[in-house]
Design a protein around this ligand. Structure first.
Ligand code: UD2
Length: 374
């Protein structure tokens, strides 16, 4: 049988049409995620074009040859998105073993980092920690007139303190009605816990160890991974990020960071359990900032509380209350990370040349006016 050339042309077009249709179906069924690639950092598929700065999907080829290739702006070429390489790119400035801070020590003799501006890459730190979905408890005491410092503390914390992390503030106060209402970002909460007042500021300050220990036992251990314990009469002025997180973290006191150890205001009386002899000591740590894993801070507060109670039974109060006991504890239980005085400055101090950025600073206050006793 002979076919006319019109019929042959029709059959040919039909076959081509069927192939085109099959190609389309294959594309739709098996390449739903054509524009989505797996991002390890955020643990999800993300559209290739969405805010990915240096990758874009080139084009779908009919024969799928280039399906697993993406355009890399950095190297100006297509690169394969294979199993090992599927968007696990981490872009940040190359670290150097020869260039960095040389004006300050960035590591202790027991190899704990000392965090200064210029010793870490904030973008890299954020990439590492943000994918962990951490919750950081933050305790702050506002007893008596100190409740007036809460608003500035909280408002500046919302701006600079562990931004984009889950933060749970625990405000300990004897005046719950005076706790200001501050707008919190997503993932951030505030609990108010009532504590007794006192007519001695020394007692209010020192009792923090016991109260934090109890709060960790009752609540915080179930609600957070890390904890920071901060003074309320302070404000945040610049980024305080995940570079501050560690197993046991302490801050170097802004007034004593460049002093010899015999000038440190450690407790010097052997009768106190906070005693540190003149020829011992690493740094002088401030009581205004300490933190770490919840369980490590729990042990710290428990030990300091016991020592404070033992001293009280012997009618001795350490020179700087719980700060003296903190220093004694940290001498024999070395912190795993130290924060430079960038993380605790004092407003009445001029900035020194080592301090490139002030992140958190104590405000100037009239002690006689705000404390219950002088
Ligand atoms: C130092 C320490 C502080 C603590 C204290 C020990 C620094 C910067 N600060 O600060 O952490 O170790 O010495 O005595 O090194 N508070 C109240 N109501 C009061 C009194 C105190 O809520 O009536 C709380 C409040 O959270 C305050 C903290 O206790 O921030 C410390 O008290 P302070 O700031 O008056 O003590 P100060 O400045 O001598």
């Amino acid at each position: 049988m002979r076919f006319s050339s019109n019929v042959k042309l029709f059959v040919l077009l039909l076959i081509v049409g069927i192939f085109l249709l099959l190609g389309y179906v294959h594309y739709s069924f098996f390449n739903e995620r054509l524009n989505g690639v797996w991002c390890e950092a955020s643990n999800r598929d993300i559209p290739v074009d969405e805010d990915q700065r240096n990758t874009r999907y080139v084009h779908y080829s009919f024969f799928n040859e280039r399906l697993n290739w993406v355009w890399c702006e950095a190297s100006n070429r297509d690169i394969p998105v294979d199993e090992d390489q599927r968007n696990t790119r981490l872009l940040y400035k190359q670290p150097s073993v020869l260039v960095g801070r040389t004006d300050v020590m960035a590591v202790t003799p027991w190899l704990a980092p000392i965090v200064w501006q210029g010793t870490f890459d904030p973008d890299l730190v954020d990439i590492i920690y943000k994918s962990m979905n951490l919750t950081i408890a933050t305790t702050v005491f506002a007893v008596g007139k100190y409740v007036r410092f809460l608003r500035d503390f909280l408002e500046t914390a919302e701006k600079y303190f562990l931004v984009d992390f889950n933060v749970r503030y625990y405000v300990f106060t004897d005046r719950p009605d005076n706790v200001p209402s501050v707008t919190m970002s997503q993932g951030r909460h505030l609990s108010v816990i009532q504590v007794p007042g006192s007519n001695r500021w020394q007692e209010i300050s020192a009792r923090r160890m016991e109260i934090i220990q109890t709060a960790i036992e009752r609540q915080i251990s179930r609600e957070a991974d890390y904890i920071f314990c901060l003074d309320v009469d302070s404000k945040f002025h610049a980024r305080w990020g995940a570079e501050s997180l560690g197993r046991l973290v302490a801050v170097i006191h802004p007034e004593l960071y460049n002093q010899p150890r015999d000038r440190f205001s450690y407790e010097r009386r052997p009768a106190s359990t906070a005693y540190i002899p003149m020829d011992e000591g690493d740094y002088y740590y401030a009581g205004a900032v300490f933190g770490g894993f919840v369980e490590d801070v729990y042990t710290l507060t428990k030990v300091c509380r016991k020592q404070l109670e033992k001293d009280a039974r012997n009618s001795i109060e350490a020179a700087w209350q719980e700060e003296s006991h903190l220093n004694r504890y940290l001498l024999y239980n070395k912190p795993s990370k130290l924060l430079s005085p960038e993380y605790l400055w004092q407003d009445f101090h001029g900035k020194t040349k080592e301090i490139k950025v002030i992140r958190f600073s104590g405000i100037i206050k009239n002690y006689a006016e705000i404390r219950p006793n002088v």
